[in-house]
Design a protein around this ligand. Structure first.
Ligand code: KG4
Ligand code: ZN
Length: 322
């Protein structure tokens, strides 16, 4: 079995996945409540919480899989990109687990982890496909030609990520953090045509969401508190519609440009109900695997070259992919 560990942001996660991609356990401990009062993730607070949680979470993943460390053959851990202090906790824990049992270890790229969420059983799709990866930190179109490795980047956001746009929009609307799911819920009671939020069209296959957030800011500023209260659902629905439209248009454009016949959607924003409905032709990751988890990290570890014991002891985490 493969032990996966993920601590790149505010979820402490561990999972056990078989060598053919069956999930045996998938434990996610979210710190969202801890960060909610700050309206976003506080890196130092996150690192400290990961340190407290990483061992109990791994222990729980083993217990749920009815396994112990002797059943683990390979360890996969998110090495980046993410919050450096948070990543280092997971990397140190994974090294310790692997070293204690003389196991090989795979450093996993978090973004490839999201893509590999598609390869867990029952397998949803096999390469080649066009992948829209939309999360709190990234918005990318990837040309996935094979399992593992680094797919060709076709487009990315020039400013905010789609999930970031949801989170910042939610804050302007007085909703909680993280805001994507809250906007999704509220938008169901709103009229998506009530407000016109323009999405900047940038050249090529890139995205831009920062103007949208500013448009919402100006709109909310002009509303009296009682008006804001009354139109909150309409604002959420219109704002969500604009983000989804931008994602869907660019994805279809990319598919046409590269001649992709299969489209897949992964990452936290893939949980969005309007996005899922707006791309009926796409393969979308199951809800529970959209947001950060360690099963996807173990899944990615199946397709990358492991570092044999003890070569990984000097392994470092990286905050961004440069
Ligand atoms: O993939 P993820 O868990 O973490 C990163 O790697 O960033 O994505 C988290 C993002 C957050 O911005 C959150 O607001 C967004 O995914 N999200 C959603 C929904 N559920 C989570 N956005 C829109 N609609 C949702 N239902
Ligand atoms: Zn993620």
């Amino acid at each position: 079995m493969i032990l996966g560990v993920e601590t790149s942001c505010d979820e402490t996660a561990a999972a056990l996945v078989t060598s053919d991609g069956v999930i045996r356990s998938n434990v996610v401990s979210s710190q969202a409540d801890l960060h909610a009062r700050y309206g976003g993730v506080v890196p130092e607070v996150a690192s400290r919480r990961h340190l407290e949680l990483v061992t109990p979470v791994i222990r729980e993943a083993l217990a749920e899989a009815d396994a112990d460390l002797d059943d683990v053959e390979l360890v996969g851990v998110t090495a980046g990109p993410g919050l450096i202090g948070a990543l280092l906790i997971g990397v140190a824990a994974a090294k310790a687990m692997a070293w204690a049992r003389r196991l090989p270890l795979v450093p996993v790229d978090h973004l490839q982890g999201h893509v590999a969420s598609l390869y867990l059983q029952p397998t949803l799709v096999e390469p080649p496909f066009l992948c829209l990866l939309a999360s709190g930190g990234h918005t990318m179109l990837l040309d996935v030609q094979r399992h593992g490795g680094r797919p060709r980047l076709l487009g990315t956001t020039l400013d905010d990520a789609a999930g970031e746009a949801f989170d910042k929009g939610a804050r302007l609307l007085g909703l909680g953090y993280p805001g994507g799911a809250e906007i999704d819920r509220l938008a169901r009671d709103g009229d998506p045509t009530a407000f016109d939020f323009p999405v900047a069209r940038v050249p090529g296959l890139d995205f831009s969401f920062s103007g949208l957030k500013t448009a919402l800011l100006y709109t909310t500023r002009e509303l009296r508190p009682d008006e804001l209260e009354r139109t909150r659902a309409d604002l959420a629905a219109s704002y969500q519609r604009a983000i989804v439209r931008a994602l869907v248009d660019r994805t279809r454009q990319a598919a046409a440009e590269i001649g992709a016949t299969t489209i897949a959607v992964v990452g936290g924003v893939a949980a969005n109900s309007e996005l899922r409905a707006a791309l009926p032709e796409a393969v979308v990751v199951p809800l529970e695997l959209c947001t950060d988890n360690a099963a996807m990290i173990a899944s990615a570890a199946r397709f990358d070259e492991p570092i044999p014991y003890p070569g990984y002891l000097g392994l470092d985490a990286y905050a961004s992919t440069a």
